[in-house]
Ligand binder design. Structure first.
Ligand SMILES: Nc1ncnc2c1ncn2[C@@H]1O[C@H](COP(=O)(O)OP(=O)(O)OP(=O)(O)O)[C@@H](O)[C@H]1O
Length: 222
């Protein structure tokens, strides 16, 4: 049986304003599922709800048909990269890698420039380096599914390309749900794509769908 994370029946409103109303998304081990949408359409809320850290009027989150309303309690099954820095800044790189069960040599082989930073606290890295470490640790951690909220923002293009290689290697045994406004990278890595609009998740198969749904300006208008 395939390993599938599925979420549906999600209803979310703030002060009577409907944010999410008709959501069905699924994510399979071996695949990257992309989630696009304009600012404020509810992407971060949706990831938080799937993770279980955000209260929601109604939802069903399942892994292989088993319900996981509080998936954040099962890091062996699901990990989440929030939009903001989430690892305490006083932790050294060495400690962070150990906490995520990653051998320092694994990072150093792929990214030798981090070898000399093992004893550096994350707060003393540049903001891009700090974000890079967070994304790398979440990508490499031992889990089944990974939710990524804006992993590429704040990173230099070459770092994005290098992390995309890590993502593609890791997806052999993990499923990813990823959102980022650097949409060409999402189109590049995603095996399937959803666009969130007016509370609904629309399955998208080609760039013209994104234009039709108003996420991209039509090519002939650019
Ligand atoms: N705690 C809250 N109370 C009230 N409204 C909220 C709360 N959290 C989020 N919202 C609203 O819900 C909507 C969706 O927010 P969310 O952060 O999920 O959007 P997003 O698609 O991730 O946006 P962006 O791309 O700008 O990060 C926004 O209009 C936001 O103002």
């Amino acid at each position: 049986m395939k390993n599938v994370l599925a979420a549906d029946g999600i209803q979310l409103s703030f002060n009577g304003r409907r944010i999410l109303s008709d959501i069905y998304i699924q994510c399979e081990v071996g695949q990257v599922t992309g989630l696009l949408g304009r600012n404020g359409c509810g992407k971060s809320c949706l990831l938080n709800i799937v993770y279980g850290s955000f209260p929601c009027q109604d939802k069903s989150v399942r892994i292989n048909h088993t319900s996981f309303p509080a998936a954040f309690q099962r890091p062996d099954l699901l990990r989440y990269l929030p939009q903001h820095n989430f690892i305490p800044k006083q932790f050294t790189l060495k400690r962070v890698l150990a906490d995520f069960g990653i051998a320092p040599s694994a990072l150093e082989e792929e990214f030798p420039e981090y070898a000399r930073l093992q004893n550096t606290a994350l707060g003393n890295l540049s903001s891009g380096q700090r974000r890079f470490v967070e994304v790398y640790c979440i990508l490499k951690s031992e889990t089944r599914f990974v939710l990524l909220d804006e992993p590429f923002s704040f990173l230099a293009p070459i770092q994005v390309e290098r992390l995309k290689k890590v993502l593609n290697a890791e997806k052999q045994h993990k499923g990813f749900l990823i959102t980022d406004h650097m949409y060409p990278h999402i189109l590049d890595v995603a095996d399937q794509l959803y666009l969130l609009k007016n509370g609904k998740a629309h399955a998208v198969t080609q760039q013209s769908d994104l234009e039709f749904l108003g996420y991209l300006r039509p090519a002939h208008h650019q």
